[in-house]
Design a protein around this ligand. Structure first.
Ligand code: WQD
Length: 347
């Protein structure tokens, strides 16, 4: 099976590319390198010993996307490409809505016109918003998001559900074949491939906890600011469901296989189901790197929810997938990547 990945050189896309190649699939990567590096593609080829067909293009560039899809005619598309910085989305909402929603609409139009039918979507647990208490299950209604980035995921899920329903109606709606859609709601992806060859390479000051801790550990930053210790949790800091990026990548292999075998639409949580607090993550990372991580307690960060973790039973039941790698492996692999590549893919 040939699978095309938009954003296939990015953090989750690159790990999924490796998992798909390892499982024997043929991979085509489409990426505009706006937040990724061609070096990641070279490393993926080195790691797997396999060739990747690479197209430099923005997933919202309809003329280019149409040509690429027409030439490759992939059996499945996995759509990762998108802007993903929560804070930036508050400053640039129009750019976030334009870019993220455009990519999905563009892909759907091209798929409809070319008769392509399988789509795996990179969604986020952020769609649960603040409306529920964890563990989050897929049948909970989507909540109210706390930032434009989250709303773009929420809206893209809605677009996919409506397009899938219309595709069932056949020629009247312009679809030659019913769509098979799998939407994956990620919790907090962290860690890197065990080789230390590929990993997360944030531009500028990291927004997320794990890359920030990693940069403190390697000496690039003085200390971590812990955003609040007055939450109603055992140690006062927020709890999250941190999932090893290779577990997540393997979840995409299962999702692509599921989409190939079933028509219709399904949504799955991809998480470990286990919450860890910010201070527990700091502690686990300091064990992995062998020294203390300097931190200071700061104010709460606007928009943070206290608790978020998955009920991942549905993925286990229908995809035969569950997270296998624990917190020690996460920190070990994150440290390996960071210590071997202190400047990411740059020199
Ligand atoms: C985790 C915890 C922070 C940084 C976000 C997006 C989500 C998804 C993943 C994807 C929180 C605390 C963090 C720091 C800290 N997006 N923290 N000091 O906010 O759960 O999820 O990333 O593309 O949609 O919302 O992840 O890693 O930013 O934070 O104390 O310097 O670490 O308050 O409790 P979050 P995170």
């Amino acid at each position: 099976m040939k699978i095309l990945l938009t954003g296939g050189a990015g953090y989750i896309g690159s790990h999924t590319t490796v998992a798909l190649l390892t499982a024997g699939y043929n991979v085509v990567v489409l990426d505009d390198f706006s937040n990724s590096s061609p070096e990641a593609v070279r490393r993926m080829e080195k790691l797997t010993g396999k060739a990747i067909s690479l197209y430099e293009a923005n997933a919202a560039d309809k003329a280019k996307v149409f040509e690429i899809l027409k030439r490759e005619m992939p059996e499945s598309i996995i759509h990762f490409a998108g802007l993903k910085a929560v804070g930036e989305s508050v400053e640039k909402p129009v750019e976030y809505y334009r870019n993220n929603i455009d990519t999905t609409l563009t892909l759907l139009e091209c798929m409809r016109d070319l008769g392509l039918s399988r789509f795996v979507f990179s969604s986020s647990a952020t769609v649960y918003g603040e409306a529920h208490t964890p563990p989050f299950t897929e049948e909970m209604t989507k909540g109210s998001c706390t930032n434009p980035y989250g709303w773009t995921k929420w809206i893209q899920e809605q677009i996919l559900a409506d397009a899938q329903e219309a595709s069932e109606k056949g020629l009247i709606s312009g679809w030659k074949t019913p769509l098979s859609v799998v939407m994956l709601r990620y919790f907090n992806p962290v860690g890197s491939h065990e080789s230390g060859l590929i990993g997360e390479d944030p531009q500028g000051i990291p927004n997320n906890l794990m890359p920030f801790i990693s940069q403190v550990a390697v000496g690039m930053r003085d200390k971590l600011i812990v955003f609040g210790d007055d939450y109603d949790t055992p140690d006062g800091t927020c709890r999250r469901d941190y999932i090893h990026v290779m577990d997540l990548a393997e979840g995409h292999v299962k999702a692509a296989e599921y989409a190939a075998a079933h028509e219709g639409i399904e949504v799955f949580n991809l998480g470990s189901g286990k919450p860890y607090s910010v201070l527990e993550m700091v502690e686990a990372f300091s064990k992995a790197c062998g020294h203390d991580i300097a931190y200071e307690i700061g104010a709460r960060r606007a928009g943070d929810i206290q608790d978020s973790w998955a009920n991942a039973e549905k993925a286990k039941r229908l995809l035969g997938w569950e997270a296998k790698r624990g917190i020690e492996e996460i920190c070990h692999d994150a440290w390996k990547w960071q210590s071997q590549n202190p400047n990411g893919y740059g020199e």
